[in-house]
Ligand binder design. Structure first.
Ligand code: PEP
Length: 251
């Protein structure tokens, strides 16, 4: 039985004051114990979130990490070692905004994924196709290629400690959501690809759906057989909505 996971990606949002308000409001939410919850604030607000959520059932993660695991001359980068040091247990890797806006390819995503594991930080590996790729019928091929690179470089056993997030790029921040059936098709394909290497690991790995998840559509998406929770962007900035989405994952 896979424990549902709901993750909130705050992206490049927030000030010290608004983050304090969000943390306070999240602390008031009734979150089912059966659901694991993690939020990803900006790097500037990590320490504030770690201390503000101390004692709550909400973990904190970084939105990215360097391809280098340790320390050194990489101006502007933050390593997974540093994330662990400030109390982060999680990190997003390969988010489509980093792949498409910042030009991260499969090779660098794979290095970041490995660096996170090396530091004991759980990577949430984001995969997904663009609208053009979906319209060209390439969705499964694209997602398979993105995942294959990680399996080839890091090995299937890495997925005992990692989470996968399927996020169709056309659904992120657009208000368009994949239908539960569209999402399920890709989630099942991801699990099948992992199962070709190791059935047990494939059955245990959590595959989240991300892309305009809202209070209104969360329950239907989370009701699909291979959808184990969500990676939530916009709606994670509203504590009441995020709390309701967490409760939907618990039902
Ligand atoms: C995301 O950024 O990972 C995301 C899914 O955003 P949104 O929920 O706003 O589409």
């Amino acid at each position: 039985m896979r424990r549902p996971l709901v993750a909130g990606n705050w992206k490049m949002n927030g000030t010290r004051a608004s983050v304090a308000e969000l943390i306070e409001a999240l602390s008031q939410q009734d979150i089912p114990a059966a659901v694991e919850v993690v939020v990803f604030p900006s790097f500037l607000h990590l320490a504030q979130a770690v201390s503000g959520l101390d004692g709550e059932m909400i973990a904190v993660g970084g939105q990215d990490c360097a391809a280098e695991a340790g320390f050194g001359a990489f101006t502007g980068e933050q390593s997974a070692s540093q994330l662990a040091d400030v109390g982060c247990e999680w990190v997003l890797v390969g988010h489509s905004e980093r792949r498409l806006i910042l030009g991260e390819g499969d090779e660098v995503v794979s290095k970041k994924f490995a660096a996170a594991l090396e530091c004991g930080v759980i990577p949430v590996l984001c995969l997904g196709e663009t609208l053009e790729q979906r319209q060209a019928g390439q969705t499964l091929k694209v997602v398979e290629r993105q995942l294959a690179r990680i399996i080839a470089d890091v090995g299937i056993s890495a997925f005992e400690k990692a989470v996968v997030a399927y996020e169709p790029v056309w659904a992120i921040g657009s208000g368009l959501t994949a239908t539960p059936q569209q999402a399920q098709e890709v989630h099942a394909a991801i699990r099948e690809q992992l199962a070709r290497k190791d059935q047990r690991i494939a059955e245990g790995v959590r595959v989240l759906y991300g892309g305009s998840v809202k209070v209104e559509n969360a329950a239907e998406l989370f009701g699909m057989a291979d959808i184990d929770g969500g990676l939530i962007g916009g709606a994670s900035l509203k504590a009441n909505d995020f709390g309701a989405i967490c409760r939907a994952a618990g039902n």
